[in-house]
Write a protein that binds this ligand. Structure first.
Ligand code: ZN
Length: 518
């Protein structure tokens, strides 16, 4: 009798317990949406980080400034934050780049020095140009090398068109589009052979030209959109390495080929700062019931420095900071500890996140889940289970609590496959953590903003970023409240199609702790 009563009371109580939990969750979800919409800090954070501080290249004073800013921002929101040193890097500070054509007529050119470019010592260097010759082999290259003395060497192919393919497709005839693509492919192959016939890697080619007395290296790394070039790092140690926009590069190239003997004047200012410490910024909201279990947010903080890194990975940074701000207000005593990692030096090989994984095995072991975002400003439209066998059980359950407006376009893949690289979730997946990439729609990310000179504030789509902060805050809340720990059981990976060997889970790798010195 007593037992029956107990049984009945469980049966009758259960639905009300569930509906109490559900209504508690729906209240929280509604509060998150309200806070994100009515008190959004996204534009303020974006202005302070991208306009006031600017690019965040590893080893630069601006990277350090950004880490310090992040700690003080979190502190102002009442969130505990710290900068964790994990290594050191060659310190360098970007100064002005002035690039002008001074012959046969005068035009200020659109271009910039690459990261880690040597300084021209406060002076401009004025010199003629020469195009990297199409030599027969490495011996012929050595014979040709003395020709570069005192000249700027053009090492990139001249693009046949500055119009992106989508523009050709919209307005060109089918025949002209096909002809352009065919010619460009042939030209691109020929240029690749031209480089490989020197027998040198890109880096060693630059060093050989420097050693032979070149005045500087001039490239143009077009990013396949109107006005966009990718800006990476220099290999030279004494002479400047600059990138010139497609339009101006083509102008110089054609003038040179037609014998008009163009000259350019180049000044690059920069400072070498010796080895400097590198950091991750970590912030946390301490858990109450399970303080030693963690739900982690993740977005790399560093960028390349051709622009301000507004979408790589400024927008991922905005999402995670805004999520933390909202949760601190609405969910200040979470069940599990909520952490965020703003990683240093992702761009040179996921270094900050790899260091965190290596330095904090205790946290990594007890991590419920990690959410990383790193592919631009767009709405999250892709989520996968990262190769964890039961990921559908928990991620599916968590996503079910997200209102439909925030997941209309979402495509899910379960169990998905483990990220081997690409962004910081890979560092955690390698250590067995369900580390989930929040995949955005592209807004032409890879051509227009990723590592380009146009990755700036104006490319941010704030409605989409706010959408992502809401989605992320809800997922973190639900994951933290989940009575169960997320399973880490892995799928059996399919065999390697080429070798037939069994598929292998990505291995945990050590970071570069002393960078920029090889
Ligand atoms: Zn990135």
């Amino acid at each position: 009798m007593k037992n029956l009563f107990k049984f009945l009371s469980i049966v009758f109580l259960l639905p009300s317990v569930i509906s109490f939990a559900q209504s508690k969750d729906s209240l929280m979800v509604a509060a998150i949406i309200k806070e994100a919409n009515e008190n959004s800090q996204l534009k303020n954070i974006a202005h302070e980080l991208f306009d006031d501080i600017g690019p965040r290249l590893v080893g630069t004073p601006k990277m350090q400034q950004a880490h310090d800013w992040a700690v003080s921002k979190y502190t102002s929101w009442g969130i505990t934050a710290r900068n964790e040193k994990w290594g050191e890097w060659r310190g360098w500070e970007r100064g002005v780049s002035q690039i002008d054509m001074v012959q046969p007529w005068i035009k200020t050119l659109e271009g910039t020095q690459l990261a880690w470019c040597p300084s021209t010592g406060g002076k401009s260097i004025t010199a003629e140009l020469i195009i990297l010759a199409d030599v027969a082999d490495s011996l012929a290259f050595i014979q040709w090398l003395p020709n570069v003395k005192g000249k700027f060497v053009m090492i990139s192919m001249m693009q046949p068109t500055g119009r992106p393919d989508y523009n050709w497709t919209e307005f060109g005839t089918k025949e002209s589009v096909e002809k352009m693509k065919k010619e460009r492919t042939e030209q691109t192959d020929a240029w690749r052979k031209r480089i490989s016939k020197t027998g040198l890697s890109n880096k060693n080619l630059a060093l050989a030209l420097e050693k032979a007395g070149a005045a500087g290296i001039v490239g143009s790394n077009w990013s396949a959109g109107f006005g966009v070039n990718k800006i990476f790092g220099a290999s030279t140690t004494k002479i400047p390495t600059i990138d010139i926009a497609l339009e101006d590069y083509g102008l110089l190239y054609r003038l040179l080929e037609s014998g008009k003997n163009p000259k350019i004047s180049v000044r690059t200012d920069s400072k070498e700062l010796g080895m400097v410490p590198t950091f991750n910024t970590i912030a946390e909201i301490k858990g109450t019931e399970k303080p030693d279990e963690y739900v982690m947010l993740s977005a790399h903080f560093d960028s390349w420095d051709g622009a301000t890194g507004a979408t790589d990975n400024g927008t991922g940074t905005l999402v995670m900071m805004e999520t933390m701000r909202i949760l601190k207000i609405l969910y200040p005593n979470p069940k599990r500890t909520i952490l965020v990692g703003h990683w240093g030096s992702e761009e040179q090989g996921l270094n900050g996140s790899r260091a965190f994984v290596e330095d904090h095995p205790d946290i990594v072991k007890n991590m419920q889940v990690l959410f990383n975002q790193d592919n631009g400003t767009g709405r999250v439209v892709n989520i996968g289970g990262a190769g964890f066998l039961h990921s559908y059980d928990y991620l599916g359950r968590w996503l079910a609590r997200v209102p439909s407006g925030y997941k209309q376009e979402l495509e899910t893949r379960f169990p998905g496959s483990p990220a081997g690289g690409g962004s910081d979730n890979a560092s955690f997946v390698a250590a067995g953590v369900p580390a989930i990439g929040l995949g955005s729609n592209t807004w032409l990310y890879f051509s227009y903003t990723w590592h380009t000179n146009r990755d700036t504030y104006d490319k941010i789509v704030f409605d989409d970023v706010r959408n992502n902060a809401i989605l992320t805050a809800i997922l973190v809340y639900i994951a933290s409240e989940d009575p169960d720990k997320a399973s880490r059981e892995k799928i059996i990976l399919p065999a390697n199609q080429r070798t037939g060997e069994p598929g292998k889970w990505p291995e945990q790798r050590s970071p570069t702790r002393k960078g920029g010195v090889d």
